[in-house]
Design a protein around this ligand. Structure first.
Ligand code: AHM
Ligand code: MG
Length: 335
């Protein structure tokens, strides 16, 4: 039952026991993410003041270089995790290679790796549209006591122990799962506390929103073109509504609440679409499934794809279960 005014901190402590490896490390890790997200939120909220404080690359009034927000977010998340010595490695959209973290007494004895997109949709910042952070957490597969290796990061999404996103929107929210459902917390910026505002989030089984960059229509595979025509057809509950912010976290978040499908398919311009499997598709797919939704590349479950590269891309169809299954039907009918 939803407790009144439950904070994220209280929720983490209360639910720690239900987590299968409850050593407290994962709780401390989520706590670090919650802290870094507050710092990034504060900076993102000031983005509109660039004319006053100076834009990226310029010097501010104190003679310091202004950083781009995605670089700032990347450094903030990495530094917060390093300072707390709770992960053994981090991979980020902003870094070509993964980062190894030695942990306490340089013993490499932390269990978890984090993969993240520190500020997704950052091209939206200039126009005051919501952006997000996406994160994915795994246990390392190589033995503790030695530096992490690439295989610790190249795990299929079905091995995730936790995943989540932060949406820097009209309100800032942190939404995450540890495999026992999805819960959403809203930040009260005045006091810096997140409250449980969206307990046990569920994707409606059906929806009437489709989200895709239709500007790429001519480049889409026939199955996607056919599915778009299906969404637009005058029949039953259709035509569906088209909504596309161009900010994955925001499009996903809206669709999870209202019912809908997000699609970034392959195209004749990009063979695997645009989104990155490890820190965009997998965490969102884990959250979607935990909320009763579905995530597919059009042919197979996203979470079952065996990755082979840190920054690889995958076509992505994610959202209300029945809508994703319908899109898969169209994809599979034409290939
Ligand atoms: P980014 O990681 O470079 O910010 O790109 C990811 C973003 C997603 O948030 C969004 O859904 C997609 O790119 C939009 O792409 P497009 O402009 O091609 O529709
Ligand atoms: Mg991104």
């Amino acid at each position: 039952m939803k407790k009144k005014n439950q904070t994220l901190g209280e929720f983490i402590i209360e639910n720690q026991e239900s987590f299968q490896y409850s050593s407290g490390e994962l709780s401390r890790l989520i706590n670090s993410i919650r802290l870094a997200a507050k710092v990034v939120n504060h900076e993102v909220n000031k983005a509109g003041l660039v004319d006053i404080t100076g834009s990226a690359g310029e010097e501010n009034i104190q003679g310091e270089q202004q950083q781009k927000l995605d670089v700032y977010a990347n450094e903030t998340f990495i530094q917060t995790l390093i300072n707390r010595e709770i992960v053994c490695g981090i991979a980020s959209e902003e870094n070509d290679n993964y980062i190894t973290i030695q942990g306490q007494n340089e013993k490499h004895n932390n269990k978890y790796v984090v993969l993240m997109d520190p500020l997704d949709g950052s091209s939206n910042i200039d126009v005051n549209v919501s952006v997000g952070t996406i994160f994915s957490i795994y246990r390392r597969v190589t033995p503790e006591g030695a530096p992490v290796e690439m295989e610790d990061f190249l795990q299929p999404g079905n091995q995730q122990v936790a995943a989540g996103y932060i949406i820097y929107g009209t309100s800032t929210m942190l939404v995450y799962t540890t495999g026992c459902g999805v819960n959403g917390f809203t930040l009260n910026p005045a006091i810096g506390t997140y409250y449980l505002s969206h307990p046990n989030m569920q994707f409606p089984e059906n929806g009437n929103i489709y989200s895709i960059n239709e500007g790429n229509y001519v480049h889409f595979p026939q199955g996607v073109k056919d599915y778009i025509k299906y969404c637009q057809a005058e029949e039953g509950e259709r035509p569906y509504t088209s909504r596309y912010i161009g900010s994955l976290v925001s499009d996903f978040h809206r669709n999870m609440i209202k019912g809908g499908i997000y699609m970034y398919p392959k195209s004749s311009k990009a063979n695997n679409g645009k989104l990155r499997l490890l820190y965009e598709c997998n965490p969102m797919a884990f959250i979607a499934e935990q909320a009763g939704g579905k995530a597919s590349d059009g042919f197979q479950r996203i979470l079952d794809i065996q990755p082979s590269e840190l920054h690889e891309r995958a076509p992505f169809f994610c959202g209300s279960k029945n809508m994703v299954e319908k899109a898969e039907e169209f994809m599979q009918a034409t290939e």
